[in-house]
Design a protein around this ligand. Structure first.
Ligand code: EPZ
Length: 430
């Protein structure tokens, strides 16, 4: 099983290029099948989640042509199947975006019900509520969601909880429904806006994405488009916290600073210098960071996907911090791993109380999920000694060449998949 081995203590210094946003690309790839014309998508991140979704799309008849590592050409005129195999949903939940796309285009979709995952139960009741409101009959049969609509019509939908997935899935189905749809209490994340912009570039009529009310006038057909994915604000924020935790100086390039406002504000609050440029952000940390309190909220609040990254950074801050996770019910599993590195943390329900320590020590830890895994790498980079991170497959789901990018910033990190390689690296770093 592949691992990262990290020798901590080096401040990260230099420049890093951010890739396309995984969570925008997942919605956009699904939406791309809604036209029979050719679709070109650029700035795709080469990460496991994206590659698995492309396989799922091929399994129902989409022709996927890889033009470069980060661009694909899609042909969806010969989709013969509206049933997606369980093996894909098991690998990535976001395959469920194919429901909204298939339902919008073919008035029928059969996709396995996604299970829970490591950060919480993650129901999709709001997705299904939206499809029913648009006129679909939705049943759960043998672990599959079967959604069928004789007539898909506009509707006025209120989302009880702010949900990125439900907003995107319902927006896709409604974009080809007959009539006018209003979705209230929508998610406002940049990746929701990117999916809306993508659909509009194919001829959809969607207004208000990025606000909490989205208005959609359904269209009969969608046409070809050539689209480039926005930069990944979560990958960017992860490197910003890596700079902060290692007292480094990193220029994070190819970002949209506006998407990083909550992250930049928190970094400045704990004592970092953050400088914004047109498409880059520079983070400099020269002294010991200060404690703070943070609560995760839907965008534009502080992102839940950046909660582990600030959690590990505050473990080294001066003072006691309180981190409240208001989106998912099980997103503090990494705290047990962090405690094994010497952090002083206490988790009570959806709140973590972190008492900063002067230093963390290297240990053998396990990545519990995607963002927590990346956060444990940050902790290892800041710790004294050598850390081994297991289960890094989670991290590779959402970070392209994570160890390579960190090495380019001066980190002593290797990705190894044998005891022999591990030993060789350990000997080299001494
Ligand atoms: C998306 O998940 C992201 N995944 C997550 O990123 C991110 O953490 C999350 O949004 C919040 O920003 C992708 O975009 C692929 P939600 P999603 O629906 O859409 C509840 C990562 O690290 N809810 O906004 O599944 C839900 O339980 C991943 O890249 C319902 O109750 O999140 C949660 O408490 C991790 N019913 C809250 O809403 C529903 O039908 C927000 O979930 C849907 C959601």
């Amino acid at each position: 099983m592949e691992q990262y081995i990290i020798k901590g203590g080096n401040p990260l210094v230099g420049e890093v290029e951010i890739g396309g946003a995984k969570n925008a690309a997942l919605g956009i790839l699904a939406a791309a099948i809604m036209t029979d014309d050719t679709v070109l998508i650029d700035n795709l991140p080469d990460v496991r989640d994206i590659n698995v979704l492309l396989e799922a799309m091929e399994s129902i008849g989409v022709v996927v042509k890889r033009l470069t590592r980060h661009s694909v050409e899609l042909h969806s005129e010969h989709i013969g199947e509206v049933s997606v195999d369980y093996e894909y949903i098991k690998k990535i939940r976001a395959s469920y975006y194919l429901i909204g796309a298939l339902l919008g285009k073919y008035r029928r979709a059969e996709v396995p019900l996604p299970g829970g995952c490591n950060i919480g139960s993650r129901p999709i009741d709001l997705h299904l509520k939206g499809f029913k409101a648009l006129g679909a009959r939705v049943n759960i049969r043998n672990g599959f969601i079967v959604a069928v609509a004789d007539h898909l019509h506009g509707s006025h939908i209120y989302l009880d909880t702010v949900s990125v997935g439900a907003t995107i899935n319902i927006m896709m189905a409604a974009s080809m429904a007959d009539g006018y749809t209003i979705i209230e209490n929508c998610a406002r994340e940049p990746h929701v806006v990117d999916v809306a912009n993508f659909l509009n570039s194919m001829g959809a009529n969607i207004k208000g994405a990025g606000t909490d009310v989205i208005r959609i006038r359904g269209v009969q057909k969608l046409h070809r488009t050539d689209y480039s994915i926005i930069p990944d604000q979560i990958e960017a924020g992860t490197f910003m916290f890596a700079a902060a935790a290692t007292k480094g100086d990193v220029m994070v390039k190819n970002v949209i600073p506006k998407h990083l406002e909550a992250t930049s504000a928190k970094l400045m609050e704990i004592g970092c210098e953050v400088e914004e440029f047109d498409s880059a952000v520079r983070v400099v940390a020269t002294k010991r960071l200060s404690s703070t309190n943070v609560k995760t909220l839907p965008y534009p609040g502080y992102p839940t996907d950046m909660q582990p990254q600030i959690g590990v950074t505050l473990a080294l801050a001066d003072g006691t911090s309180i981190v409240t996770e208001s989106i998912f019910e099980n997103r503090f599993k990494y705290m047990d791993e962090l405690a094994r590195m010497g952090a002083v943390v206490r988790v009570e329900g959806n709140t973590a109380i972190i008492t900063g320590v002067e230093k963390l020590s290297g240990a053998r830890v396990c990545a519990p999920d995607l963002r927590a895994g990346a956060a444990l790498v940050i902790a290892a980079l800041a710790a004294e000694g050598v850390t081994t991170v297991d289960d890094i497959l989670y991290i590779q789901r959402g970070y392209e060449d994570f160890d390579g990018k960190l090495r380019s910033l001066g980190a002593e990190i290797a990705r190894v998949d044998s005891e022999k390689e591990a030993k060789k690296f350990r000997l080299r770093i001494g």
